[in-house]
Every structure is written in C-alpha cells, then in structure tokens.
Ligand binder design. Structure first.
Ligand code: FYN
Ligand code: ADP
Ligand code: MG
Length: 578
C-alpha cells in the first residue's frame, strides 16, 4: 500500500540516466562538465559513480573507448553540446574504426529551435552529424524513454562488431519529472548485450580442411582476438597446431612476444611466403598491405594472390574486403576458436604440423633480425637515441608484465612496437587501425582507472602535444601514470630548417630542449629530465614503485628518426617529386 508521499514520489531525467547506467553495471563516466550537463556530472558523483573529468572531450572520449576495449562494457563519454560534442567525435569515430565499444552522450539544444534553425545556444543538429561517423545514434526526448535509449545504446555498442554509439540528450530532458515508480519500471537491464555468435559447423570444417593442406601456414592475431578475452583457447590453438603467428600491435601479449612460435621478427618474410593465412580478429587492411604484394618498404614480394585465407571474424561483411577469403568463419572469436580447437583436439596427434623447412626458414630470419636488433640495442650513444632509450623500457616492461603500456608517435610508436616485448594480453594500447595521434593521455587515464595497474605511456614529443594538458587530470586523480616523452625536438626529428632562412622555424620543429617534465611539476607530479639510459631507468623504476604521476623528459638525439617512422612511403616528400 503506497502512502500519499510514495504515490507522489517523483524522479527526473537526471536520475533516470544515472539509474539506467548503474542498472547496467556502468560505474565510471569520462567527461567534462558544462552546459547543459554540469549538474548531471555532480549527480553522477553523488550517486557513487566515478566521474572522471578531463580538460578536453577528445581525451575523455579516447578514455571511454579504451575502457570499452579493456572491459567489453561500453565506455561512457559525457560532453556538453555542440563544441564539446564535436570534440568527442574524433574519439567516437576512432572507437568505431577500431571496434572499441563506447557511448558518447552529449547534451544538446532543443529540437523545436534547432529544427527551425532559430539560433539556440550552441545550436547544432548533433544526431545528424554523428550518424555517419558511428555504429548507431539515438536521441531521447521524453524521460520515460531514457531506459530504452540507454539500453539500445549499450546493446548497439557491444553486440556484433563493437563500436561507437551516439546518444543525444536535449537539455530539457534532464529536468522532466515523472512518477518514480513508473520511472523505475521504464528502465531496462540489458539481457545478454553481446550474444555469442556460434560459427556454422560446416564453416569450421571448411576452414580446418583448408588448414590441413597448408605447408606454410601463418596465424595473424588482431586486436579483435585481444578484445574477445578468449586468451587460453587462442594460445592453445596456436600451440596445438604449431603454426607460427604474427601479432598485430594491440594483439601483442596474447602469447608472450618471446614465444618460440612468434614470427614478429620475420614479418616481411612470413606474410608473402605463407600459403594459408588464418586471420583471427584482424582486418586485411593497410596494416597488412591489403594482402597484396607490395610491402611498406616498397620491396616487391611475389604476388600474394596464390595465398589462401581463413578469416575468423564477427563481421560477415569483412570477408573479401581486400582479397578472396577461401574459408570465412563468422562468429565471435571465443566461439570460433573453441569450435576449431575441439575438432583439432579430436584429431589428436593426427593434426599435421607445419613443414620443418617453413619453421626453419622463419627461425633463420628471426635469428638474424633479433641479432641485428640486439647489436643496435647494445650501443649507448650520447645523446640517447630511440633504441637506447627503448632498451630501458623493454627491461622495465619485462620486469613489470602487468603494467599497461600506452604508445603513440611515429618513430616512438614503431620502434616501441618492435623493441618492447609484451607478455600479457591487452597491455599494449596504441594508435590502432587509424594511426591517429592524440590517444595517449586519454588511454593512460582510462588504463589506470580501469586496471589499477601502473601505466607507462611512451610518447613521441609531437604525439604528446595533442593531449598533454591532461597531465593535470592525471595529477588531480593521483593516477599511477608515468609519461615518457621521447623528446627529439620535433615531428619525426628536430633538424628541419626553414629554406628561406626567415625567422620562422621549420614547420616540423619544436622549441629546442623543451622541458616537458616541468608540466607535470606544475601540477604537483614528479618531473624528471633524463639524458642517459641510466637516468631514464632510475626514473621509470621509481615511478612504477611509487605509483606517483610522473613525466620523464627523455632527451633523444634530434637527428634520430625518419619521416613517419616505418610508413615513410605514406608521406611523399617533395624531393621525390622532382
Ligand atoms: C619486429 N622486428 C623485429 C622484432 N619485431 N626484429 C627484431 N626483434 C624484434 N622483436 C622486425 C620485423 O621483422 C620487421 O623487419 C621490422 O622489425 C619491423 O617490424 P614491424 O614494425 O612489426 O613491421 P612493419 O613492417 O613496420 O609493419 C608495417 C605496419 C607497421 C604498417 C603494420 O609499420 C605499423 O603498424 N605502423 C603503424 C604506423 C602508424 O600508425 N603510425 C602512426 C602515425 S605516424 P622485416 O621483417 O625485416 O621487415 C605519423 O607519421
Ligand atoms: P588489428 O588492427 O589488430 O588487425 P582490426 O581492428 O583490424 O585489428 O580487426 C579487428 C577485427 O576483429 C574486426 O574485423 C572486428 O570485426 C573483429 N572483432 C572484434 N571483436 C570481435 C569478437 N569478439 N569476435 C570476433 N571478431 C571480433
Ligand atoms: Mg619527435
């Protein structure tokens, strides 16, 4: 029997949004307060959720996106209308491109004014703008529909191929009130938001039949395989078949990078020479030369057309995107790998192992590349170069395999990828499919908040500049983040000059000898200026031990580095045009 008070008890849009998110197990929001969501940020915190407040919405959005990748639950980014929404769009689009589940929730102006273009405060048709850039987009106009709106956004973000979803909440919605009991009844706890997608048995058999014929098989593990959290089965599939594997950057650590079956140090050999390639949560896009003959170094390899492909992916449309896929296996990676493993286990010792010649050829190239790398890493030039600095980071990650490694830049990215081995899944968080700069501090904040582990962010000095103001955020929440800025005075390197001799420095050059460490000190964190590997090692080890927000300004030889790192060919230089 409800009393009059209970009967009159009301709720409102603010509380329904919070209750709907909490009902679905969401406990952390990444965002930035402002009109019309300032009070919502306060209420979120008052409701016992974490409201991590950033300095720029792009960084909050990147944090939400990588939180989604790490947890398989949609990361939530909350922004103000118009400019805040636009600032979040790059992250929403990057999330969709990378298959990270996130929801961008933005306050917006009133429909009746926007649709008549009558000039509202921050007037913008945000829903229309977001739609082409994300997986799904919804708007809620009535408080009783908030439950449905949040449920649809959650399901859209994590079901099938994960991605970014936009949820538009006009300002008037928050103050709408309704009967509390009816409000509670309108909320939806989403049942099985990311249903397993079981592969067809005949598709699994077709893939296994093809794999049985392979003499030079190769497995390529992509970030989809890391996201799937099917780590034991993936490792078992690799080890039971004896097939060499190539991890894409964010799949590093699914098996330890020093695993005997890793072909990472023979990449340019195995990709064109394999006769059957098994793609597991990896798209055959620019990062894999679209499965075509040219490699990034421009070295022509024999046409890959003779290769056969197995593609394990949750997206049925991904097959044939670049080359013919002979055996598509459509489903979630966990279910697909488990089904294949079951059949392989049933075959027992009868499952054919790769040819000794193939494994021998790979080992020969690995040994040569690893020896060449070791020789370079052993040098201790002054000033430091990328290799001597990253040799320290390699040791630190080996000693702290649970630490999270965030990485962006050009040379800072490419050298870190091949020098710093990873030992555990979902520990390396980098620029991913799009190669965009600016993910660093957003990823670092989320990695620390989600994992509780120490975070080491190895940043190009240019890359750091895109999100560097968030060092204040890192200090404000006292996060165990150690930023290592690889400071070579510029984009790619710091040696370009203005050909006119005029007063402006070259467009790729920064302030010489910049002291990024002072930025961290400005907000109470630890700043270290490191000019030698020994100083760098001491500072990083202390940062990991102390868990204090730290920025290490690692002075790198400004002549070190190449234009765009390993993808120089994508940045045509004028010289070549002459
Ligand atoms: C790799 N290699 C190694 C090792 N790991 N040698 C020794 N030891 C180890 N551990 C070798 C590997 O076999 C290659 O040599 C070479 O090092 C490079 O390996 P990598 O980096 O894995 O391969 P590659 O050819 O660079 O891969 C192409 C690529 C990659 C496009 C996938 O460059 C990439 O992911 N780039 C991202 C670029 C990006 O997004 N940049 C951000 C914006 S940059 P060989 O086999 O002898 O060739 C803005 O300017
Ligand atoms: P990488 O850059 O590491 O190669 P990509 O982002 O190119 O990885 O590819 C990821 C692929 O994984 C996408 O095609 C996506 O559809 C797929 N994917 C993501 N999550 C899953 C999952 N849980 N099950 C199956 N496929 C998945
Ligand atoms: Mg630089």
């Amino acid at each position: 029997m409800t009393t009059d008070t209970q009967a009159q008890e009301q709720t409102d849009g603010f509380n329904l949004v919070i209750d709907a998110l909490k009902l679905n197990g969401i406990d952390t929001i990444f965002g930035l307060p402002g009109i019309p969501i300032t009070d919502l940020t306060r209420k979120i915190q008052a409701a016992g959720m974490r409201m991590i407040s950033f300095r720029h919405e792009q960084n909050a959005g990147n944090a939400a996106a990588i939180a989604g990748f790490l947890t398989q639950k949609p990361g939530i980014c909350l922004t103000v209308s118009a400019p805040g929404f636009l600032n979040g769009l790059t992250a929403l689009t990057n999330a969709t491109t990378n298959c990270f589940p996130m929801i961008l929730i933005s306050g917006s102006s009133e429909r009746e004014i926007v649709d008549l273009q009558q000039g509202d405060y921050e007037e913008m048709d945000q829903l229309a703008i977001a739609k082409p850039l994300c997986k799904a987009a919804f708007r809620v106009l009535n408080a009783e529909d908030i439950g449905i709106g949040i449920a649809r956004a959650i399901r859209a973000a994590v079901s099938g191929r994960p991605g970014g979803v936009y949820l538009d909440l006009p300002a008037k919605l928050f103050s709408q009130s309704m009967d509390a009991a009816a409000g509670k009844a309108s909320l939806i706890k989403v049942v099985d938001p990311a249903p397993r997608q079981i592969p067809a048995p005949d598709a699994v058999q077709r893939a296994l039949n093809l794999l049985k014929t392979a003499k030079r098989p190769l497995i390529v593990l992509g970030k989809g395989a890391a996201y799937a959290q099917a780590d034991a089965d993936i490792r078992a599939l690799v080890e039971k078949t004896g097939i060499p594997y190539l991890p894409m950057s964010m799949a590093k650590g699914l098996l330890p990078d020093n695993h005997k079956q890793s072909a990472a140090a023979a990449r340019s050999y195995v990709l064109p020479e394999a006769d059957v390639v098994v793609l597991i949560g990896a798209r055959l896009n620019w990062l894999l030369s679209h499965g075509k003959g040219k490699t990034w170094g421009g070295k022509d390899h024999k046409a890959w057309g003779s290769q056969k492909y197995v593609q394990i992916d949750i997206s049925p449309q991904e097959a044939d995107s670049n080359v013919r896929i002979d055996a598509p296996v459509v489903g979630d990676i966990g279910s697909c790998v488990s089904a294949m493993l079951g059949a392989i286990n049933a075959a027992g010792a009868g499952w054919p192992q790769p040819s000794a010649d193939w494994l021998g050829a790979i080992d020969e190239r690995k040994t040569k590349n690893i020896a060449k790398m070791a020789e370079t890493l052993a040098k201790n030039p002054s000033p430091m170069n990328f290799h001597s600095a990253l040799n320290v980071m390699r040791d630190v990650i080996k000693a702290n395999p649970d630490a999270m490694l965030v990485n962006e830049g050009a040379n800072a990215l490419d050298f870190t990828r091949s020098i710093v081995d990873m030992y555990r899944p979902r520990k390396r968080l980098d620029v991913g499919t799009w190669g965009v700069m600016g993910i660093g501090m957003g990823f670092a904040v989320a990695a620390a908040v989600v994992s509780g582990q120490p975070v080491i962010a190895v940043e190009g000095d240019s890359a750091f500049g895109f999100s560097g103001m968030e060092v204040e955020t890192i200090c404000r929440y006292n996060l165990p983040v150690c930023v290592v800025v690889m400071n070579n005075n510029g984009v790619y390197k710091g040696t370009d000059v203005n050909p006119t001799g005029g007063p402006d420095v070259a467009p790729t050059v920064f302030v010489k000898g910049a002291r990024y460490d002072k930025m961290m000190e400005a907000f109470g964190g630890v700043g270290v200026h490191a000019t030698t590997p020994a100083e760098l090692r001491k500072a990083v080890e202390e940062a990991v031990r102390s868990r204090k927000p730290t920025l290490i300004n690692a002075v790198i030889d400004e002549t070190a580095g190449t234009e765009s790192g390993r993808i120089t060919s994508l940045n045509p230089t004028a010289a070549k045009k002459k």
